[in-house]
Design a protein around this ligand. Structure first.
Ligand code: 5GP
Ligand code: ZN
Length: 137
């Protein structure tokens, strides 16, 4: 646990939260500023700032848990679908530096939440991007 981390305190039960699910590794809570009804956050109990820091043994449990929660939300809340959102770094919109995954139920007629204006892949830049990223793998 990291001393000054609010999500460490919530995940480990030091600060009470609306908990939808809890196991040895995770707590799933309702977001205090929900994008839609039922918006939840998956929090690991161990502190990892973001996905880059997350250990593989924890990471491999995240997607099955997100699926479990999403399927329960579809049944319980009547949302036909849901988004998973996971921000890494301030520029990406991460405001709390403790890894978390948003599960956002989506309802018929709901407003856009996860959307962008599609650009166009630049032909000249394409090869450079591929080369640069592949070199770092
Ligand atoms: P981020 O922008 O870092 O991906 O998302 C942080 C999320 O945490 C936001 O959606 C925000 O509403 C939520 N949040 C921040 N502080 C608290 C808190 O103390 N309790 C709960 N339940 N949610 C929080
Ligand atoms: Zn933390």
């Amino acid at each position: 646990m990291k001393e000054d981390c609010i999500f460490c305190k919530i995940a480990n039960g030091e600060i009470p939260s609306a908990t939808l699910y809890e196991d040895h590794d995770f707590r799933v809570i309702l977001d205090l500023g929900p994008a839609t009804r039922g918006h939840a956050l998956i929090l690991p109990k161990e502190h990892y700032a973001d996905l880059c820091e997350l250990e593989d043994s924890t990471a491999e449990k995240v997607l099955p848990l997100a699926r479990k929660m999403g399927k329960a939300m579809i049944k319980a809340l009547g949302c036909p679908g849901f988004n998973l959102v996971q921000n890494n770094g301030e520029e990406a919109g991460q405001t709390v530096r403790h890894f978390h995954v948003h599960i956002i139920p989506r309802y018929q007629g709901g407003s856009k939440i996860v959307a962008w204006e599609p650009g166009r892949l630049d032909e000249a830049d394409k090869e450079k991007i591929v080369e640069a990223v592949r070199a770092e793998l």
